[in-house]
Design a protein around this ligand. Structure first.
Ligand code: UGA
Length: 836
């Protein structure tokens, strides 16, 4: 175990308490939120508003902001009632998109799943439309809104919809479609200025008419449902308010509107769900097996009609509840002009869903339905420029696509699966949500949030298929990369602490040139193990001896593999040398050969004479230059090079060769060492590696090829000699071999385990040349320079040499163990050299 300083334990202790308190607080907040703030789902069982939350400065500022047109000049200021409804949402968004000020109003009743309405409202919220939660019957609220905002128009789309439901809950139709409408008109007539009103009537007002197509001039006095009757009543009421108070009113008779975000109570919507669930659907037929048909109208066409009606609406003429002149009163059909039998609707759905519907055909019950609808839209075309463009096939395709995306977020099965027991408290009833429920809800909400936006946007963007394909590819790529990144991140263990860095560059701009001082500073802040990000590479700095022991000794095998810089990859012949080869059996074999066989004491002893001879030659050379300047570094290098070359392949340089070739050798070695030590952009940003911006890779290649040529020629020469003197060589087998001979023997005779490749031999030779010559000569040059700068040290070294070696003798290797002071000087030199 690594010894940990006390402060780490203390820090952990404090950290865990803080963490505990933090999570406890989060948990309490969650409990509070889910128990007392969560919307009561009792709203689903009642059609009346659950609770009305309005008023207060924050609410008022949201109202004002939402109602403000984007550009102050010219934009309408519109109150949209039923804004969270199907048509209301689309119209509000369209108005807002073009820059009008739009305030929504909706009571979020439970006629169908209110969560769909909530989702539409949050979609609008994101588009900049605030939907006030309130009822059109709430006169106080309406007055408050009209007091705050001077609405130029009211788009009245709030209503109790659905034809057949009127038999179940007639009161709701009277409440919304008559009382609510009157309440709204009352407030509008008193407003100053009076707004122009555009409101949703219905094709159902044509009732039992048989003359087709339905025209606005046709009779509307035989409604077949209470729904139709309340809409017809609305048209009469509109006439009254127009006549008495001068309100400009436009009624729009919608013909079976369908599309994305539609109403789940409508046939096309629940047919789709039921077909997918393999549930049986009922198709109504008329008397004598006649078909029932509807003029299904796509939502986008309806939106265009609504906006055109709003734009062409004249101002109301009254003020303060008093009529000042004749005001505009209009009614338009907004249909598709091509009725489609319900059976045909089902077969389109079957094709789109690729599922055969289970269907039964039953006589249409007498519950308010009419046999067919068919709009004549010539008036709307003339006055509003209205022209429907989406046929049922295309419209249903869009709906099915939307529905496929939304399936999971509104599927009741999911809602049921995650709902918990219900309780009552003074804040109303609430549902106990277990953690699993919360998790489901959270992800459900997240899912729906994402897909709400997606599908909404998807329907808005151009029909251009190229853009659609490109968008899909882009989105898929982004999602896949994000998931891959998440998976990678979850698998990566946490990293040690470290200073914050910049994107892409990481800590590079902040690194100080004096590494040892900089790392000390970091360790004081972040502890003994620090993470630094250099470009895309992560570096870990360790500053404590115990951690260094862990890494370099105890866990050596784990940390042994290194990521070679570009230059080292070349000098190591692609990780084929002993320095960079990955830790494994091959590397262990190489190390064994190197330590046990090549560097054994018997071999080193056998080279003693050679070393002695070379050192004496150097001393002679130095002696010749007495009184003259001398390049001591060069002399040391040439001596060591001769020793190394002799040990490697038995060759050495003498006379003029020693100087000329030796100097070139030194230069090449020096340049390779420089390339190895130079910071390389390619190493920090591997994406740029191909560019080799600093030319380090190409330079290193050139330098290594210089050595490569020498190695090739020495190896080829040796192999030729070997063949010629095969019998001689066998005789001399027991004599001391040079390294090259030893390595070539391994290459030729070794079994599959011990055999070496020519590349590995060259890698090893370069390791020995670089490691043996440059490091030793540089260290000695430094040591001599330091001694020359410290006369006291020089005096002590000389005294020790006089004492151990004597004045008239030459230093031998046997003297070295007794030269304690000189040894210390060399060790000090190594310490300083490595720091610099
Ligand atoms: O245009 C209109 O004025 C009306 O259009 C729709 O009413 P509806 O046309 O009856 O729409 P759906 O309920 O979707 O019915 C469409 C067709 O499917 C048929 N249907 C309905 C349900 C069913 O189970 N089987 C079936 O064949 C109906 O008879 C009808 O012909 C809306 O629901 C009304 O709010 C709207 O005012």
């Amino acid at each position: 175990m690594m010894d940990k300083p006390l402060y780490i334990h203390r820090f952990r202790y404090h950290f865990s308490i803080t963490k505990l308190i933090f999570w406890a607080l989060i948990f309490l907040c969650l409990i509070y939120f889910f128990f007392c703030q969560a919307p009561s789902s009792s709203s689903t069982s009642t059609l009346t508003s659950r609770r009305v939350l309005w008023g207060g400065p924050d609410w008022e500022s949201r109202v004002l902001k939402s109602a403000r047109p984007r550009s102050r000049a010219g934009g309408h200021v519109v109150l949209v009632t039923g804004a969270a409804g199907f048509v209301g949402t689309h119209v509000s968004a369209a108005l807002r998109r073009r820059g009008d000020g739009v305030l929504g109003l909706d009571n979020f009743n439970g006629y169908y799943d209110p969560s769909l309405k909530r989702s539409r409202a949050s979609l609008l919220e994101r588009a900049g439309v605030f939907v006030v939660e309130g009822d059109i019957n709430d006169a106080k609220l309406l007055k408050k809104l009209f007091g705050l905002v001077k609405f130029s128009h009211v788009m009245h789309l709030a209503a109790q919809a659905g034809v057949r439901y009127a038999m179940k809950n007639p009161g709701s139709y009277v409440n919304s479609n008559i009382a609510g409408f009157v309440n709204l008109l009352e407030v509008c007539k008193s407003a100053n200025p009076q707004p122009a009103i555009i409101w949703a009537s219905s094709s159902s007002v044509y009732g039992l008419n048989t003359k087709i197509p339905f025209s606005e001039k046709d009779r509307t006095d035989q409604p077949s449902s209470l729904y139709a009757a309340t809409k017809k009543a609305g048209e009469e009421i509109a006439h009254t308010y127009n006549h008495i108070y001068g309100l400009s009113i436009t009624g729009l008779r919608f013909f079976t509107v369908y599309g994305p975000w539609g109403r789940p109570d409508m046939a096309y919507f629940f047919f789709t769900k039921d077909i997918l669930k393999r549930k049986t659907i009922t198709i109504f037929e008329g008397p004598n097996h006649s078909t029932v048909a509807r003029d299904f109208t796509y939502i986008d066409d309806i939106v265009k009609g609504c906006l055109a009606a709003l734009d062409t609406a004249k101002k109301s003429t009254g003020t303060g509840g008093k009529k000042k002149g004749v005001a505009q009163l209009r009614v338009f059909n907004l249909g598709n002009t091509s009725p489609v039998p319900v059976g045909k609707l089902v077969s389109i759905l079957e094709k789109l869903l690729k599922v055969k519907a289970k269907k039964v055909v039953l006589p249409m019950p007498a519950n308010g339905d009419v046999l067919f609808t068919h709009a004549n839209v010539s008036l709307a075309q003339r006055e509003l420029g209205y022209k429907p463009t989406t046929d049922l096939q295309m419209g249903l395709k869009k709906f099915v696509r939307w529905q496929a995306v939304m399936k999971y977020s509104y599927d009741k099965r999911y809602a049921k699966a995650v709902s918990g027991p219900r309780f009552e408290c003074d804040k109303g009833s609430f549902e106990l949500r277990f953690p699993i429920t919360m998790v489901f809800n959270f992800f459900g909400k997240l899912f729906s949030l994402v897909f709400d936006g997606w599908s909404w946007w998807w329907d808005r963007i151009t029909e251009d298929n190229v853009i659609r394909v490109l968008t899909t590819v882009l989105a898929t790529t982004l999602i896949i990369s994000w998931c891959a990144w998440l998976i990678k991140k979850s698998r990566t263990p946490p990293l040690p602490p470290g200073p914050p860095g910049l994107p892409v560059l990481g800590n590079l701009p902040f690194i100080e040139p004096d590494f040892h001082r900089y790392f000390t500073k970091l360790s004081q802040i972040y502890g003994p193990i620090v993470k630094l990000k250099l470009g895309s590479k992560i570096c870990i700095v360790i500053t404590s001896p115990s951690l260094a022991k862990q890494v370099l000794k105890d866990q050596d095998a784990v940390f042994a593999n290194r990521d070679p810089p570009a230059s080292a990859l070349i000098t190591s012949y692609g990780k084929h040398d002993i320095v960079w080869m990955p830790n494994g059996p091959e590397w262990r074999q190489l190390r064994k050969i190197f330590v046990r066989d090549m560097m054994s004491s018997s071999i080193l002893d056998a080279c003693y004479g050679l070393r002695r001879q070379e050192v004496r030659e150097m001393v002679r050379e130095v002696y010749k230059q007495v009184g003259l300047p001398i390049n001591i570094g060069e002399q040391i290098f040439l001596t060591i090079l001769n020793v190394v070359m002799n040990m490697l392949w038995g060759g050495s340089l003498h006379g003029e060769d020693r100087r000329i070739v030796g100097v070139e050798f030194r230069q090449v070695v020096g340049e390779i060492v420089e390339m190895l030590g130079k910071p390389n952009i390619s190493d920090l940003f591997p994406v740029l590696a191909r560019l080799d911006l600093q030319g380090i890779k190409s330079n290193t290649k050139k330098l290594v090829s210089w050595f490569d040529r020498i190695f090739d020629s020495v190896i080829a020469h040796r192999m030729d000699v070997d063949v010629a003197n095969e019998s001689e060589t066998k005789k001399e087998n027991k004599e001391i071999k040079d390294f090259l001979q030893f390595l070539l023997d391994l290459k030729n005779q070794g079994d599959s385990k011990t055999s070496l490749s020519t590349t590995q031999i060259k890698g090893l030779l370069l390791d020995i040349v670089l490691g043996g010559s440059d490091t030793t000569s540089t260290s000695l040059e430094w040591a001599i320079a330091e001694i020359l700068n410290n006369l006291e040290i020089m005096r002590k070294v000389q005294e020790e040499l006089d004492e151990v070696v004597g004045n008239d003798s030459i230093v031998e290797e046997s003297h070295i163990p007794k030269l304690h002071y000189l040894n210390t000087v060399l060790k000090e030199t190594f310490t300083h050299l490595s720091l610099s």
